[in-house]
Design a protein around this ligand. Structure first.
Ligand SMILES: Cc1cc2nc3c(=O)[nH]c(=O)nc-3n(C[C@H](O)[C@H](O)[C@H](O)COP(=O)(O)OP(=O)(O)OC[C@H]3O[C@@H](n4cnc5c(N)ncnc54)[C@H](O)[C@@H]3O)c2cc1C
Length: 407
C-alpha cells in the first residue's frame, strides 16, 4: 500500500474540493487526500461553456482555490490518477496505475462523464463534449479552422456553447430531438423564449430532429446526417446530451445504485464508511417531493459537501438545501430556484418581450420553482415561496406590481 488517509476523496471537482475545504473549516485534523483523474487541481466547471470558452477568463481565474491553498490546509492533491476499484472490506482504493490507497472514510465525488452519441462517427476528430478543461481546450484549438458548428442537444450546456460560438462569429445550428429546447428542465414559455433569442442571434434551431450519423472525411467530422436524409455540413460537432454518473467502481464493489450511487439523507452509501456527494449521488430530495434524483449543479455539490463535512466531524447533518442554478446566454442571466419537474401549472410574471420576466411553477397550488430571466428581485424574493411551499393566489403571482416578498 502506498499511502493511507483518514479521509480519501475521489474526484477533484466541485464536490470533492468543497468537502476538503469544509472539513478543514470544521477543524478536522486528520489526513485528507483528493485523488482526481484530471491533471488540474480543482477548477470551476460552469465557465467552460461560458467565459472560458469565450476566452474572457483565463484558466487561473477559474480555479476553485489558488494552488497554494491545498498544501497550506494539508490537503494532499493526487491529480492525474483514476480510481478503478474500491475494496470496502480492506478500506482501500486502487488507481489505474495499480497503486493502492488506504482510507478511514471514503468520499466518492466523481461527477459523470458526458453521454456520447451511439451512431457511427461519434468519436471522429471534430466531435466534442464540454465537460472538462481538456475538452474545451481541444475545441478552442479547432475554432480557427471552423466556420460551421452543429450542436447536438438543446439543454443548458449546448445552448450556452451556441451563444458563445455565435458571438465568436461561427454559424451555429442546434439540433434538439424534443419539440422544444430545455424540455427536461423548464416550462414551455421559457423554452420558447430561449428558442426565439437564439434565432434572433442567428442560431439555426432545429426541433424534433433525429441524428442518423456523423459524416466523415479522412477521420474528421464533415457534417451531421439527419434521419430524414438531410446532411448539415460543418467542421465541428458539439454533443451536449447529458452525463452518465461515474460510479462503476462503487457499483462493482457492491454499492446500491444504478443511475448514480444511492445515498441516505447524510450522504452514506450502502457500503461501510463510503459516502457520495455531487452529481453522482442519487438521493431522495424533499424539493422533488421525496423522489430519488441526481442533481447536476454547483449548489448541490457544495451543499452536500458542507452537510457531509459536518456529519464527519461529529455533527450529524441531513442534506436539505433548496436547489438553485443559473445559466448565462448572451446578455441573459437565468436564475432558477426549486425544481419544476412535475409542475401542473405555470404563471408568467412579466413580459418575455422585455427580456426580463419570471416563470413560476406550481404543483397543487404550491410554488415549487421559479425561473427568473434578468429578474434578480423575483429570484431573491421568490426563494422563500419555494422553501416554505406557499400557495399564493396565481393572479397575485402574475401581477408585477405585487412584490413576491409580500406573498
Ligand atoms: C460546461 C458545464 C457548465 C455548467 N454550468 C453550470 C451552471 O451554470 N450552474 C451550475 O450550477 N452548474 C453548472 N454545471 C454543473 C456543475 O459544474 C456540476 O454540477 C458540478 O461540477 C458537479 O460537481 P461534482 O464534484 O459532483 O462533479 P465534477 O465537478 O464533474 O467533478 C468530478 C471529478 O471527478 C473526476 N473523476 C471521475 N471519475 C473518477 C475516478 N474514478 N477517479 C478519479 N477521479 C474521477 C472527474 O474527472 C472530475 O474531475 C455545469 C457543468 C458543465 C460541464
Amino acid at each position: 500500500m502506498t499511502a493511507h488517509y483518514d479521509i480519501l476523496i475521489v474526484g477533484a471537482g466541485h464536490a470533492g474540493a468543497q468537502a476538503a475545504i469544509a472539513l478543514r473549516q470544521a477543524k478536522f485534523e486528520g489526513t485528507i487526500a483528493i485523488v482526481g483523474d484530471e491533471p488540474e487541481i480543482p477548477y470551476e466547471r460552469p465557465p467552460l461553456s461560458k467565459d472560458y470558452l469565450a476566452g474572457d477568463k483565463p484558466f487561473e481565474r477559474i480555479l476553485i482555490r489558488p494552488g497554494a491553498f491545498w498544501p497550506e490546509r494539508a490537503v494532499e492533491m493526487l491529480t492525474g490518477r483514476r480510481v478503478v476499484a474500491v475494496d470496502p472490506a480492506a478500506h482501500t482504493a486502487t488507481t489505474v496505475d495499480g497503486a493502492t490507497i488506504g482510507y478511514g472514510r471514503l468520499i466518492w465525488a466523481t461527477g459523470g462523464s458526458p453521454r456520447s452519441l451511439i451512431c457511427s462517427g461519434h468519436n471522429l476528430v471534430g466531435v466534442h463534449a464540454v465537460r472538462n478543461r481538456a475538452d474545451v481546450d481541444r475545441l478552442i484549438g479547432e475554432l480557427a479552422t471552423t466556420s460551421r458548428v452543429v450542436v447536438i442537444g438543446g439543454g443548458y450546456i449546448g445552448l450556452e456553447a451556441a451563444a458563445v460560438l455565435t458571438k465568436l462569429g461561427k454559424h451555429v445550428t442546434v439540433l434538439e430531438a424534443m419539440d422544444r429546447v430545455l424540455a427536461r428542465v423548464a416550462g414551455e414559455p421559457l423554452s420558447r423564449f430561449y428558442e426565439a433569442e437564439h434565432r434572433a442571434h442567428g442560431v439555426e434551431v432545429r426541433l424534433g430532429v433525429t441524428v442518423d450519423c456523423i459524416e466523415e472525411a479522412d477521420g474528421r467530422a464533415t457534417g451531421v446526417h439527419l434521419a430524414d436524409g438531410e446532411i448539415l455540413r460543418c467542421e465541428m460537432v458539439i454533443v451536449g446530451i447529458g452525463i452518465i454518473p461515474a460510479v462503476e467502481p462503487l457499483l462493482a464493489a457492491g454499492a446500491v445504485g444504478g443511475n448514480g450511487v444511492r445515498v441516505d439523507s447524510q450522504c452514506r452509501t450502502s457500503l461501510p464508511d463510503i459516502f457520495a456527494i455531487g452529481d453522482c449521488a442519487l438521493h431522495a430530495n424533499a424539493f422533488a417531493g421525496g423522489a430519488e434524483i441526481r442533481l447536476e449543479s454547483v449548489q448541490n455539490a457544495n451543499d452536500m459537501a458542507n452537510a457531509l463535512a459536518k456529519t464527519l466531524t461529529g455533527n450529524p447533518t441531513d442534506y436539505h438545501a433548496v436547489p438553485w442554478f443559473w445559466s448565462n446566454q448572451y446578455d441573459l442571466r437565468l436564475q432558477t430556484v426549486g425544481l419544476s419537474t412535475g409542475h401542473d401549472a405555470a404563471v408568467l410574471r412579466g413580459d418575455p418581450a422585455t427580456r426580463s420576466f419570471s416563470l413560476i411553477y406550481l404543483k397543487q397550488g404550491r410554488v415549487i420553482a421559479l425561473d427568473c430571466v434578468n429578474m434578480v428581485r423575483d429570484y431573491v424574493q421568490g426563494r422563500s415561496l419555494v422553501v416554505e411551499g406557499k400557495s399564493p393566489d396565481p393572479a397575485k403571482l402574475a401581477d408585477t406590481n405585487v412584490a413576491l416578498k409580500e406573498l
